[in-house]
Design a protein around this ligand. Structure first.
Ligand code: SAM
Length: 458
């Protein structure tokens, strides 16, 4: 589950959920590699009885639903809260889902439904809809739920946890009164008549809670992310008002290009370390191509002599190749892939890891590619916030996160001065000359060193 969805749910829980209650999570299964990322953990210590249900059995599923729109396993009126995240976009008939939510809620009970307003196609096995607040309100009304809140995470203002890929839409609604007599049956009958009965069958069995971590996972077909570009450009102008823009910011905010996903504070970091390479035959390799715009940005910034290389697990990204931009398709966790890449790209001056952002992915890329980097090269790992997020294998002070590894490099850097056998110079002591930490990004400056610095007194 992506982090913004958890944050939206955290806000809901803080505001509405009280103890001594029962809560149902619809579409609760944790898919591979996302252990511990469900909403269950948000209720820790709250005296709320959590039930996870899903169409598929698996981790974090207490009740397996046999039918997508008739949850006969769950009695009517049996929950104080119903929550659901990243499920509704996969449901063919979401109005029927809302009717079931209404049915299992007790009178006065509250639901919180989160679904994306944007993002690429991700078939689990279907991907049917994106949601705006008006659509959520309409669905709530179909089920006679009283809308308390309906909003979309449009910008970082108000929603600092915004995920720019998915831009979650949130519906919070209350079951106030009983449905009109036969209302639900009427809506269901209308739906059955409007569609082929076959599509109500097993095909709509779906692993419900299934969108990937914050960065787009691979997908069979990935159109360019839907863009509210004008809005984003306007926000960029407001956030950078009065700031002298560097060339990367100017390209990002003012020029035409394919989509780029970046935290605004990164541009100054890039410019500070990258400017010395401009106009030279530098090779920059970025893990994580997505929309392809960042590769265009590097080409524009470093100039025609540069070699710009992208790596992505998603074969669709190969389509972003253009003059001066090469793209290799592979998994950054795959050491064989890196072996082949190193043969094809014998020199890399700058490596920027903006790929899948899990701890394993970041570790393998660093282990494989840092030794391959030019002796005076730069290794950047960005979106380090995942080092603090369990959904990515992170956690504060958790061994093995990229942040913890980078902290350990500080010791290696200074190991010549150690007086304990526990810290001795290693390969990193000899090959790193600087480590620079910023919010969300670390820069490792490679540099050959043979011993501690000379000390002079003049
Ligand atoms: C945050 S996006 C990249 C954004 C892009 N660099 C930009 O600045 O616009 C992350 C990308 O990493 C890719 N990715 C995810 N897991 C990966 C893996 N294991 N190996 C390689 N690429 C991966 C995704 O397909 C996605 O395109």
């Amino acid at each position: 589950m992506h982090e913004s969805s958890r944050e939206n749910m955290r806000v809901f829980i803080e505001k509405y959920v009280r103890g001594g209650t029962r809560l149902l999570d619809v579409g609760s299964r944790e898919v591979d590699g996302q252990s511990g990322s469900s909403y269950r953990g948000l209720l820790a210590g709250m005296d709320v009885e959590y039930t996870g249900c899903d169409m598929d059995p698996g981790q974090n599923v207490d009740v397996v639903l046999r039918r997508p729109y008739a949850w006969s396993e769950l009695p009517a009126g049996s929950f104080d809260y119903v929550v659901s995240g990243q499920m509704l976009e996969h449901a063919e008939f979401p109005w029927l889902t809302l009717l079931e939510i209404h049915r299992v809620l007790r009178p006065g009970g509250i639901c919180c439904v989160i679904a994306p307003s944007a993002g690429f196609m991700h078939n689990y096995p279907l991907d049917c809809y994106r949601y705006y607040p008006d659509g959520m309100v309409a669905l709530a009304h179909t089920a006679h739920l009283q809308v308390l809140e309906a909003y979309t995470n449009w910008s970082y203002e108000g929603y600092p946890w915004l995920d720019p890929v998915w831009k979650d839409t949130v519906l919070i609604a209350r079951k106030e009164k009983k449905l009109l007599r036969n209302w639900a049956a009427g809506v269901k009958r209308a739906a059955y008549h409007a569609v082929s009965p076959r599509s109500l069958g097993p095909v709509s069995r779906t692993s419900l809670n299934s969108s990937g971590p914050g960065c787009p996972p691979p997908s069979e077909s990935r159109p360019a992310p839907s863009s509210d570009e004008a809005q984003q450009r306007d926000l960029f102008r407001r956030l950078t008002a009065g700031k002298p823009l560097n060339d990367l910011e100017r390209f990002f905010g003012e020029e035409e290009h394919l989509p780029i996903y970046k935290c605004l504070n990164y541009f100054d970091v890039y410019d500070r370390y990258f400017s010395r390479y401009r106009g030279s035959p530098v090779t920059i390799l970025e893990i994580g191509v997505a929309g392809g715009g960042s590769l265009q940005m590097w080409k524009n910034y470093f100039g025609p002599l540069s070699r710009v290389v992208g790596v992505d697990i998603d074969p669709e990204c190969k389509k972003r190749e253009e003059a001066g931009i090469e793209i290799f398709i592979g998994d950054q966790r795959d050491r064989d892939f890196w072996r082949a890449l190193k043969a094809a790209v014998p020199r890399v001056d700058i490596l920027l890891d903006d790929g899948g952002h899990t701890m394993e992915q970041q570790a393998v890329a660093f282990e494989e590619m840092f030794p391959h980097l030019a002796p005076d090269g730069l290794y950047l790992c960005e979106d380090l916030h995942t080092s603090y997020r369990p959904g990515y294998g992170g956690g504060y002070l958790r061994p093995g996160t990229f942040v913890e590894r980078a902290k350990a490099l500080v010791d290696s850097l200074n190991a010549w001065h150690s007086e304990t056998p526990a810290l001795r110079p290693d390969v990193y002591t000899r090959s790193i000359r600087g480590l620079h930490f910023y919010d969300g990004i670390v820069v490792v400056e490679k540099g050959s060193r043979t011993g501690p610095p000379d000390i002079l007194r003049i």
